[in-house]
Every structure is written in C-alpha cells, then in structure tokens.
Design a protein. Structure first.
Length: 103
C-alpha cells in the first residue's frame, strides 16, 4: 500500500557526521485546529514568511510529532522557513523535549 506524501520539517543538522543516512522530521498538518498548543507553530497563509515555506495553505508545525526516516524517502523540497520562524520552531522543540521552561 502506497502512503500519501505528507509535508514535514527537517530538524536534523546534516553538517554533523552521522552513521546512517536518516533524517529527523516534525510533522506539518493543514487540518484546521481550534487551539494552537505550546508545542505547535501556526504558519498562516498571507503572512510575510508564508510564501517561502512552499506550503499551499495555513498549516501547523507539530513539534511534538518527531520522527526519523531514511533520507531516500524524501521526495522533494517544498521551501524553507525564514530565520524568524526557524527560531520559533527551535524554541518550541526545546520546550517539547523538556529542554526549556514554558514559553
């Protein structure tokens, strides 16, 4: 059974020498949510940084949904986060992993 391709954000640092060719990701969903949790980042359509993400509609980066996959499963690159959004994700990841006090 073939799985539908899903957007995700690569959070692993590939400047580090690794034993395996795996990639660490967090999930991205475009499902409507009523409340954004502390472990999530809302990226809204129409905001200044939205276009460069490559997303097609308002989405939520789920920093509590972390997965590791073989790099060969990545089909294509959609876009990238602005420095400001990446900093927000970094802080949310630290919170999610218990490496930082609540935001």
């Amino acid at each position: 059974m073939k799985q539908k391709a899903r957007p995700a954000l690569i959070i692993s640092d590939h400047s580090i020498d690794r034993r395996y060719n795996d990639v660490i990701l967090v999930a991205i969903t475009s499902q409507r949510i009523d409340e954004v949790k502390q472990t999530e980042l809302l990226i809204e359509e129409g905001t200044p940084n939205f276009k460069q993400t490559g997303l097609v509609k308002t989405s939520v980066v789920r920093c509590e949904f972390i997965m590791t996959i073989p790099a060969k499963l990545i089909v294509r690159k959609l876009g990238k986060l602005s420095k400001a959004l990446q900093n927000k994700v970094d802080n949310i990841l630290k919170l999610s992993l218990g490496l930082k006090d609540k935001i």
